[in-house]
Write a protein that binds this ligand. Structure first.
Ligand code: NDP
Length: 335
């Protein structure tokens, strides 16, 4: 059983020496337990946060433990009557070939017959798609005619947020890195405007946002933080909503906070932290709507699949260089 473990806590940007690929015997299962052979691993920015020993919504990953990850795999062996050998499951496990799931563990069956690929449960029909759906509609409360500004817009969450904003008759403005991603935002995902943040000074970014959102911004869906959030805040309309979904630009450095936060007062805006965890009981409802949109070709999504557990580090770091084009997934099935 090859496992990608945390050897020491990263100081700033992770380095290869913070991790180790180890080989251990495949765990033996007891009554009530089952063994999953993981095929697909979700690589998420949140995993960087779990590597730190900081108060969070989950305990930090322990030194020596596999990096915690959502995985899709098949039941290899079962002593639990609710899970049969060969069945596809989704669960919170680790970056490892085999995971032992105890009775009552957070793993559930998935129906692979209704999706194009089992990986869809890690992307548009999983936590990522549901973050876009509930984060925008519930936390952001967009109204028809509003302008929605999305950072990290070409990524897994951001690309879905912009498309849902369009489905709700909003103007969608996306911020992403590089001309290629910006072109894709407009031409493929259907955003009204896209802004390339790279090589822009804070003042240039502020101006670009104001140009792309001539009526001001009513909802910010924030995935990045730092200077990008600061620039967006300067374009807020009165009573705007800022949804803090992620602050990826600050995950590898000390957070510096938003300097223009005073605009929240001036505009009587609200700022809300969003965590998908609280929406798990509503996943079936959100996924049904999303599946309908996909069937009607109203939502497009990309999955960026890398291969091999031995390539975990390089694959994970794509999230921070912007090298991923869509939901980042690691295929460790060896198939
Ligand atoms: P993405 O697919 O968006 O991948 C990450 C992208 O972030 C990169 O491709 C890169 O795009 C961009 N990025 C990385 N570093 C920087 C930086 N320093 N400045 C600007 N952009 C940067 O990942 P996800 O869609 O999975 O996640 C997006 C955000 O949503 C993250 O912040 C994540 O933590 C958050 N999230 C929060 C959840 C919640 O419950 N609150 C649940 C799921 C995700 P580019 O090339 O454009 O720079």
């Amino acid at each position: 059983n090859r496992k990608f473990i945390l050897k020491r806590r990263p100081d700033g940007s992770p380095t290869e020496g913070d991790f180790e690929l180890v080989k251990e015997p495949i765990p033996k299962i007891s009554s009530g337990e089952f063994l999953v052979r993981n095929h697909f691993i979700s690589l998420d920015p949140a995993q960087r946060g779990w590597m730190d020993d900081q108060p969070s919504y989950m305990p930090p990953i322990e030194i020596g433990a596999s990096i915690r990850a959502t995985t899709v795999g098949r039941v290899e062996e079962s002593k639990n009557p609710n899970f049969q050998e060969g069945q596809w499951v989704l669960g919170l496990n680790g970056i490892e070939e085999y995971s032992l799931v105890q009775e009552g563990g957070f793993t559930s069956p998935i129906d692979t017959s209704i999706v194009a690929s089992p990986t869809n449960y890690l992307s548009i029909l999983g936590a990522v798609g549901m973050t876009a759906y509930f984060g925008l509609l519930d936390a952001g409360q967009p109204k028809a005619g509003n302008t929605v500004l999305v950072s990290g817009a070409a990524g897994a969450v951001g690309s879905a947020v912009g498309q849902i904003a369009k489905l709700k008759d909003c103007r969608a403005v996306g911020i992403a890195g590089g001309p290629e991603k910006c072109k894709r935002l407009v031409e493929y995902y259907g955003f009204d405007a896209a802004i390339d943040y790279r090589e822009k000074s804070p003042e240039q970014l502020e101006k670009a946002i104001k140009d792309a959102a001539p009526d001001g911004v009513d909802v910010i869906f924030e995935n990045v933080g730092g200077e990008i959030l600061d620039a967006g805040i300067m374009a807020l309309n009165e009573h705007a909503r800022v949804v803090l979904c992620g602050l990826i630009s600050e995950y590898n450095s000390d957070p510096r906070g938003a300097r223009n936060i005073w605009q929240i007062i001036v505009k009587q805006a609200s700022m809300k932290g969003f965590l998908i965890r609280d929406y798990v009981p509503k996943f079936a409802e959100g996924a049904a709507v999303m599946a309908g949109w996909i069937a009607d070709n109203k939502i497009k999504f990309d999955e960026h699949v890398e291969h091999g557990i031995e390539n975990t580090f390089d694959a994970f770091m794509l999230l921070f260089s912007g090298g991923n084009k869509g939901k980042l997934i690691l295929d460790i099935s060896g198939e």
